[in-house]
Design a protein around this ligand. Sequence first.
Ligand code: AHM
Ligand code: MG
Length: 334
Amino acid sequence: MKRVSLTQYLVEEQRQHNTIPAELRLLIEVVARACKTISHSVGKGALGEVLGTAETENIQGEVQKKLDIISNEILLEANEWGGHLAAMASEEMESIHPIPNRYPKGEYMLLFDPLDGSSNIDVNVSIGTIFSVLKAPEGMAQPTEADFMQAGTRQVAAGYAVYGPQTMLVLTTGNGVNCFTLDREMGSWVLTQRDIQIPATTKEFAINMSNQRHWHAPVQRYISELLAGDTGPRGTNFNMRWIASMVADVHRILNRGGIFMYPADTRDTSMPGKLRLMYEANPMAFIVEQAGGAATDGKQRIMDIQPHKLHQRVPVFLGSRDEVAVVTGYHTEG
Ligand code: AHM
Ligand code: MG
């Protein structure tokens, strides 16, 4: 089999479709290289003294794991000097990170969740990095948070790396979804799946069932119908999976279909759901839509939401488009 590297893929994609100019290619390659470094740290585990919690909390009030901080540093350092970015933003940093004055600035802005699925770090279950790329607004001088407040439809690229039995990078630049596997011996990313398509129908769902008593009526209805299986209105049995790493759950859905949900609930209505719009929901929505799936907040397409805060949360329903349509219908009808 002829091996296509990430670089070759990016160069050829630009030649054929004109979607990856040189600066964007550099950005993607730098992010991919940083993910390689994160994968290496993750893989060392206790041997690299990277497990366990740090003594800090992030802006969401969550205790940070050592690997959350290490991964954030790796991504910041890798992306500062290349001249392709104007600013970065991260789940692990309260405010945006403009490129320091000692480096040239570029026209892109990068957002990331450096290590998603933090609760799985210490138990050797798949975790990942999620990223989203926006363009800096025309004429932007010193970047501010307001410059990041762009709907998901404005993303020029999005992707995630999943650190599992294999390390993989899933990427879209708006022309389908492709997957690269890290060749650990060679240290290179090799194209292993082209133009991934999510089946439109599915019999598999993913939700944290322990929150059931807090859900709103539409989600209660939808899940109870799935659980009723062939004895209920759906007339067929559904299976459930919940990895508690969005990257791993989404990766399964990309490969064999499914619906992933993190709904808002009755607990704290100022914090709808758990996932963050700008660096979790939007990039995943872009990938899922590019693979023929759908992503809504229960009422509208996630990528159409006009953000108002860097760390804002959003309810998420994504995956196989027929199921996303059913649960979204339950929210919008009547
Ligand atoms: P994190 O960014 O702090 O790791 O939180 C996001 C993660 C997602 O990867 C996953 O889908 C969800 O939190 C799991 O939540 P729960 O702990 O309710 O199972
Ligand atoms: Mg995270």
